[in-house]
Design a protein around this ligand. Structure first.
Ligand SMILES: Cc1cc2nc3c(=O)[nH]c(=O)nc-3n(C[C@H](O)[C@H](O)[C@H](O)COP(=O)(O)O)c2cc1C
Length: 252
């Protein structure tokens, strides 16, 4: 009888234990967050990563165009001493080794500067007058025109309006200008006196109706007081790229 009681009690204990086991966390795990992971943020993360990667790739390719902060130009703009080039230089890419600086009142010398830049794979920096030259200012028949008065005064230094450029990293700098009254416009002197050309080879060039470069290159060299200056050359406005290339190659 006692044996039967012991067996019954043991059976009851076992039954109780079995009932408790049905409620333990281990069983719930089948429907808990662990399983939800199949459709939860964990998986979404996976999707996002894929989508994200796709987007990132897209974004990466779209970034330079669509993110102003990454655009060389805007970085350059944020830089007080930027390169054209972005302006040359302040951009995220390393700027070129050659710079073509140009002052051009009516566009002729700028056209030549652009051709030189194409041949040399160079940056271009344009000297713009703070007070732009009007037609009347450029009238050489008027002895009282701005340009006539400036050219008659060797100490005249018209103010530059374009943003300063950093010459850091440039090894060769071309400086182009039109001939005014047989010489460089005084604003080009303003430019050369504002920078150090230490360690830079400087090459002047000009355009004109007929005059040669004359003393212009030497005037600029004397006023710059730094840099290794090569002889300059005068070109007609319509000079060909082949002609310019011949000149450039002759200096190498
Ligand atoms: C005020 C002034 C003076 C000039 N003086 C001369 C000159 O002495 N000799 C010459 O051959 N051309 C002279 N020119 C013509 C320019 O040098 C020529 O048109 C040049 O290619 C213009 O270049 P840009 O368009 O880059 O300003 C003069 C032009 C101006 C506006």
């Amino acid at each position: 009888m006692r044996k039967i009681s012991v067996i019954i009690v043991a059976a009851l204990v076992l039954a109780l234990l079995a009932a408790c086991a049905g409620n333990i966390p281990g069983n719930n795990q089948g429907t808990n967050p662990g399983n939800n992971q199949g459709t939860n943020p964990g998986n979404n993360t996976g999707n996002n990563q894929e989508g994200g990667n796709g987007k990132t790739a897209d974004n990466q390719s779209a970034k330079p165009e669509s993110t102003p902060a990454d655009e060389p130009g805007s970085t350059a703009d944020g830089n007080p001493e930027s390169t054209p080039g972005t302006q040359p230089g302040g951009n995220t890419e390393a700027h070129k080794k050659v710079l073509v600086v140009v002052f051009s009142a009516t566009g002729t010398t700028k056209g030549v500067a652009d051709k030189i830049a194409a041949i040399e794979d160079a940056d271009v920096y344009e000297i713009k007058a703070k007070q732009e030259y009007t037609q009347a200012d450029l009238n050489w028949n008027d002895r009282n025109s701005r340009s006539t008065k400036e050219q008659n005064d060797k100490r005249s230094r018209p103010e530059i309006g374009s943003e300063r450029i950093s010459l850091d990293g440039y090894e060769k700098v071309y400086i182009g200008f039109p001939i005014w009254w047989g010489e460089e416009p005084r604003i080009v002197d303003t430019f050369v006196e504002s920078y150090s050309f230490d360690g830079i080879t400087v090459i002047p060039f000009c355009t004109s109706s007929s005059s040669g470069i004359g003393r212009s290159g030497r005037n600029l060299e004397e006023n710059a007081k730094s840099g290794k200056w090569l002889d300059g050359k005068r070109f007609p406005g319509g000079v060909s790229e082949a002609e310019l290339k011949k000149w450039i190659d002759s200096m190498k």
